[in-house]
Write a protein that binds this ligand. Structure first.
Ligand SMILES: *[C@@H]1O[C@H](CO)[C@@H](O)[C@H](O)[C@H]1NC(C)=O
Length: 318
């Protein structure tokens, strides 16, 4: 038994380190790397400095890079002392979007959809001698809507978001074999969706003969239940980004529905912890790691039914 385990470990442990790639020496003009090598192993930290009169494009006067599976935590650059580094404002995008900005240049912020400026006059900021003027704040508009709730047998023809702005209209599509009863769109009005479309089956509805003994279809939060073609089993599907846990199919056995699955919620990631903007959502049970904004190290993130847990960058949620 021990030999088997050892063999398994040798094989697995090799596999896991082989998968992690080295990094090539990054190119850097007007600066220097310590230590200077042609290639660096995964997990290696490299410091870099800039020639006099210049500074690295990070918050500090020297920079540290981290090699993570073939990629550097950021691209080192040396810029003039009077240049500014990219400003970070939660729920906003700077235009134009650059790594650094020359002195006296102006950046205009745009709040994400459903967010608005606390003070509109701060929307434009100027780079003055290496520092940005006061940065704006984007707050969620009180009339913004949450993601629309799940509609059985339908999907929405645009990517998932958890905030929509007032006046935004979303379009639904029915699954094959289903059609709208009424209109297929919904508009966000005063933080509420004005309409919940309904997709009705083209074929006769109600439980099929084999299900009649169990009564109405079971309800599954954030999921929908459809009868398969020969009307023997119910199939369960979760809303976009929700993760199904449990059996995918439900049957009527002895006048009772068999065990039901659950749809577990996705997590929204807190972008302010990361060095670069990452994907916004992670599915339940998923794990990933990212580079920290505050220090040259990693943060491990996992999603537990709507709650994002962080380990690294100063957090220890588990
Ligand atoms: C930036 O603006 C200041 C004040 O208006 C001016 O004195 C300076 O020459 C400008 N610098 C550059 C590089 O344009």
């Amino acid at each position: 038994m021990r030999i088997i385990l050892l063999t398994l470990c040798v094989w697995l442990c090799q596999a896991s380190t082989e998968e992690l790639k080295n990094c090539q020496r990054p190119s850097l003009h007007n600066g220097f790397l310590v230590p200077r090598q042609d290639a660096y192993n995964h997990g290696t930290k490299v410091s870099y400095g800039c020639n006099s009169g210049l500074k690295p494009v990070v918050e500090t006067w020297w920079g540290e890079l981290l090699c993570g599976n073939g990629e550097w935590s950021h691209t080192p650059h040396c810029v003039s002392m009077s240049d500014c580094i990219a400003p970070v404002v939660p729920h906003a995008t700077p235009k134009p979007s650059q790594v650094s900005y020359p002195v006296n240049s102006t950046v205009t912020f745009v709040c994400d959809k459903g967010y608005e400026f606390e003070k509109k006059e701060l929307r434009q900021v100027v780079c003055e001698n290496g520092e940005w003027g006061p940065l704006p704040t984007c707050n969620r508009n009180k009339n913004a809507c949450d993601a629309p709730s799940h509609v059985p047998n339908a999907l929405i023809t645009q990517p998932y978001r958890d905030t929509f702005e007032e006046g935004e209209t979303i379009e639904y599509r029915c699954k094959e074999g289903y059609k709208f009863e009424g209109k297929g769109t919904s508009t966000c009005e005063k933080s509420k969706w004005d309409h919940t479309p309904k997709c009705e089956s083209d074929v006769p509805s109600g439980p099929g003969p084999s299900h009649a003994l169990c009564g109405d279809y079971p309800t599954i939060e954030h999921g929908d239940v459809t009868e398969d073609r020969d009307r023997r089993v119910l199939k369960v599907q979760c809303a976009a980004l929700y993760k199904l846990e449990g059996p995918k199919e439900v049957r009527c056995v002895n006048r009772k529905w068999s065990d039901l699955p659950v749809c577990k919620a996705p997590c929204r990631l807190d972008q302010s912890k990361f060095q670069y903007r990452q994907r916004e959502y992670m599915q339940h049970g998923e794990q990933d790691w990212f580079f920290c904004l505050s220090s040259p190290s990693y943060v491990q993130v996992k999603c537990d039914n709507g709650r994002a847990l962080y380990r690294g960058c100063g957090d220890r949620d588990w």
